[in-house]
Design a protein around this ligand. Structure first.
Ligand SMILES: Cc1cc2nc3c(=O)[nH]c(=O)nc-3n(C[C@H](O)[C@H](O)[C@H](O)COP(=O)(O)OP(=O)(O)OC[C@H]3O[C@@H](n4cnc5c(N)ncnc54)[C@H](O)[C@@H]3O)c2cc1C
Length: 407
């Protein structure tokens, strides 16, 4: 059996959003037609936003997944919808040049705004909340590096406020040498958001098929034919592979690294300060730590990444790592959360620049890919839907070059 997409387990343990299950419209296990305008492979947040952008352009869209809908990495996401990219702006500038780095950061901030507007305009029920972010100094960046980062953000015309160690202490009662507060982020329930978008696009004419694997493809200048496991073939003018950390093999290269990460939810055992309800916290440390509150007052947190992909299968590590995350948060905030109510682990994709890979697949006409998401997967999914829907329309997004696949 051919398989042009990698296979991997996308989470272990019990993700916070696994219950109650996402409500998705009734859907089939085989496509009802042989020909579509576009086929979107994957029902995670990338596939959902891609299908939304394409149906809004009036295209007849098939969305297809080898699993049930929304059972991939999106179900494991902690859903901090951040405009801040994993690689700080001052570091990204060194890697790809200041002009490109500034554009990537500004585009990321715009994506959060665009996604917020889309969610509001469509009235999606997904516990969406606008939030600020607090980026804390840690063992990777002390107060001087944080000041540099703050100045880099101002130079890029990005809103940010620099806090000294004593200001961090006074405002947040946490001991760190510096912090940067920004206002342009958000959070949500990622499973509810993705299910709501899929329901919306199906109500607007798209077709959803699950438990049907795309095994192979043939791309010509005229169209694309996808071979489906036990379900024949479908043809479309374009196909977009939104298969997340199960990488579309023609795009696999050294830019992708799959590591392991851990996450948890926990109910507070003591009163939580008001600021924590409205701020996403992350730190410049390795392994890093991040946390936020959910709409119903639970802590959602993660980190402790390890280089080895197989590590997330280890049941002892699931307990040790999630306990450690919670202990670090308790030590930092002085709040009590132990024990976790949900603990989960997952593979997690990274790239050296923190930027995803989005666009036309070199040498394969009418085939597009959306890969290489790290901690900004939701924000980058919004950007991907804009870039690729423009390309399918024969237009060029002004930031497409930042994310393009190199042949
Ligand atoms: C623990 C954790 C925490 C995270 N936290 C955040 C966060 O706070 N903020 C953030 O923005 N991002 C976060 N991310 C990243 C984010 O969740 C992902 O980038 C995003 O969910 C990926 O969405 P996707 O649609 O690309 O992939 P997925 O949700 O994995 O969807 C891909 C789909 O493709 C399907 N598929 C694969 N191969 C085939 C095939 N051959 N045929 C048919 N279907 C196929 C799969 O079954 C799957 O359903 C986190 C990730 C993890 C694991």
């Amino acid at each position: 059996m051919l398989n042009i997409v990698e296979n991997r387990d996308l989470h272990t343990g019990v993700p916070r959003w696994a219950r109650p299950p996402a409500q998705i419209l009734p859907h089939g296990s085989r496509p009802s037609k042989a020909v579509y305008d576009a086929v979107v492979v994957g029902t995670g947040i990338s596939g959902a936003l891609m299908a939304k952008a394409l149906t809004e352009k009036g295209l007849g869209v098939l969305i297809i997944d080898k699993r049930d809908p929304v059972q991939g990495s999106t179900l494991a996401s902690t859903a901090m919808i951040q405009h801040e990219i994993d690689v700080p702006l001052r570091d990204l500038s060194k890697k790809i040049g200041t002009e490109k780095a500034q554009r990537a950061w500004r585009r990321s901030a715009k994506a959060v705004e665009d996604l917020s507007q889309l969610i509001a305009a469509s009235a999606y029920d997904c516990d969406f909340q606008r939030k600020a972010t607090l980026f804390l100094a840690g063992d990777e960046m002390g107060h001087r590096a944080m000041k540099d980062e703050y100045e880099a953000r101002l130079a890029a015309r990005l809103q940010a406020s620099y806090l000294t160690g004593s200001e961090v202490q006074n405002r947040f009662n946490m001991h760190r040498t510096a912090g940067i507060v920004s206002i342009a982020s958000a959070s949500c329930n990622p499973a509810k958001l993705t299910a709501a978008i899929l329901n919306d696009v199906c109500n607007n004419g798209a077709e959803l098929v699950s438990n049907c694997r795309v095994e192979d493809f043939l791309a010509t200048n005229a169209d694309v034919t996808l071979r489906l496991e036990d379900a024949g073939k479908v043809t479309a003018k374009s196909a977009i592979f939104c298969t997340g950390y199960e990488i579309f093999k023609p795009l696999r290269n050294e830019a992708h690294n799959i590591v392991s990460t851990w996450a948890l939810s926990a109910k507070p055992r003591s009163a939580v300060p008001d600021w924590l309800q409205t701020i996403l916290v992350w730190e410049a440390a390795d392994p890093y730590l991040y946390f936020r509150m959910s709409e119903n007052g639970e802590l959602i947190a993660g980190g402790e990444d390890e280089e080895f992909e197989a590590a997330h299968f280890n049941p002892q590590k699931l307990v040790i790592k999630t306990d450690l995350i919670l202990k670090k948060i308790e030590a930092l905030t002085g709040l009590s959360f132990y024990p976790p109510s949900h603990r989960w682990a997952a593979p997690f994709g990274t790239t050296a620049t923190g930027l995803p890979l989005i666009g036309a697949v070199p040498g394969q006409p009418n085939i597009y890919g959306v890969m290489g998401f790290g901690g900004n997967g939701i924000t980058f999914s919004q950007i991907a839907s804009q870039i690729i829907s423009a390309q399918i329309d024969g237009k060029t997004d002004p930031d497409a070059d930042l994310f393009a696949f190199k042949s």
